[in-house]
Design a protein around this ligand. Structure first.
Ligand code: MAN
Length: 347
């Protein structure tokens, strides 16, 4: 059952609301924001996807080349070596590319409806070979000693999880790849449990296994071990093809509450919940049988990649989860959930 209370101002942000950051490009999509609070305001770390204005008969997209400069690659749409059946990824001569280049961009709001940019907080662009196809879907874990940003690093050799630490979103400490390929959807718990840090992550195992949610432990948030699989896909259900964590789990009296995404074989993305043991979060106490949110609004059903609600950011205010999400891989929206209502739905 869909128990999300969508903002009646949705979509809050669409591509035309911002100016492209890369010269000569246009913004194709705004996606999946990380969320944090700073100076009493709500901040979103948007994933912005850009590409050149498309010319009839061609597919063109930017990458960072070896010199770290933007370079545009272009293929003929009718080239028999080209597979462009997915609007997000193309295959050419055995090599996969993304059709857009993503980077992270900060916006803030006083009312959670109208968002502004501040030139003192410039975008975070991909850097180095492992981010040469961009960086995506940033989770922000707000911790005692700073903000821990985990995001997808995409390159010709891998999709993996990168880490950046910051105290002020003005200077950044880049820590490199903390979960090697293929891995994404990493959310670090915002406090230690019995002296250890924990993170959810989503490796993909192509033969045995699948796209499942795992948990790992770390003494320092850089080195991760003791990996365990905690949630697999469920055939015949809404999360039959892939599952992945959203933002950092929320501590409740009944356990760690994690809002995750699940997709079926038609790439329809919904949200559900997992309840993890407070003392040992590798123990799953409950899991949504049905989604708590589904793509039902018009802006969730059609867009760059339709039938998608995807989240990796929220903040908590009492019993309310103020959730921000990407709809149809194109626009930014918000919805509220009652924590009690989600916990009740798990019983
Ligand atoms: C998938 C989707 C895309 C993303 C790529 C690379 O195809 O999640 O949005 O760009 O993976 O991470």
């Amino acid at each position: 059952m869909d128990i999300a209370k969508r903002s009646n101002r949705n979509p809050l942000l669409k591509p035309a609301d911002l100016k492209p950051a890369i010269p000569g490009m246009e913004i194709t999509c705004l996606l999946n924001p990380g969320v944090f609070k700073l100076h009493g305001k709500t901040w979103l770390v948007l994933r912005v996807a850009e590409r050149p204005k498309q010319i009839e008969g061609k597919i063109s997209f930017p990458i960072y080349n070896e010199a770290g400069k933007i370079e545009v690659l272009s293929f003929d749409k009718d080239d028999p070596e080209l597979d462009a059946s997915d609007p997000r990824v193309i295959k050419y001569k055995g090599q996969n590319y993304l059709t857009t280049l993503s980077y992270l961009r900060l916006v803030y709001s006083d009312d959670d409806v109208t968002f502004h940019e501040d030139p003192e907080y410039p975008p975070i662009f991909g850097k180095g070979f492992l981010e040469s196809f961009g960086i995506e879907d940033c989770r922000v874990s707000t911790m005692e000693d700073g903000f821990y940003l985990t995001f997808t690093e995409v390159s010709p050799v891998a999709v993996g999880v990168g880490l950046i630490i910051t105290k002020d979103f003005k200077t950044y400490e880049r820590k490199g790849m903390i979960f090697p390929p293929h891995n994404k959807d990493c959310a670090i718990f915002e406090e230690k449990i019995n002296g250890m840090y924990y993170a959810l992550h989503r490796p993909s195992s192509p033969e045995l296994g699948g796209n499942y949610i795992w948990i790992a432990q770390s003494p320092d948030r850089i080195h991760w071990g003791n990996h365990k699989c905690i949630a697999v896909t469920r055939e015949d259900k809404w999360d039959s093809a892939r599952v992945g964590a959203g933002a950092a789990p929320i501590k409740t009296s009944e356990g760690w509450l994690e809002i995750y995404h699940g997709a079926d074989h038609n790439h329809r993305y919904c949200l559900g919940a997992l309840l993890l043991d407070l003392n040992d979060p590798s123990k799953v106490l409950a899991r949504s049988a049905e989604p708590i949110m589904e793509p039902v609004a018009a802006y969730e059903k059609t867009g760059f990649f339709g039938n998608v609600v995807f989240t990796n950011g929220h903040y908590v205010d009492g019993d309310t989860i103020k959730l921000f999400y990407g709809a149809s891989d194109e626009v930014i929206c918000s919805a509220e959930f009652s924590i009690t209502a989600i916990l009740n739905s798990l019983k």
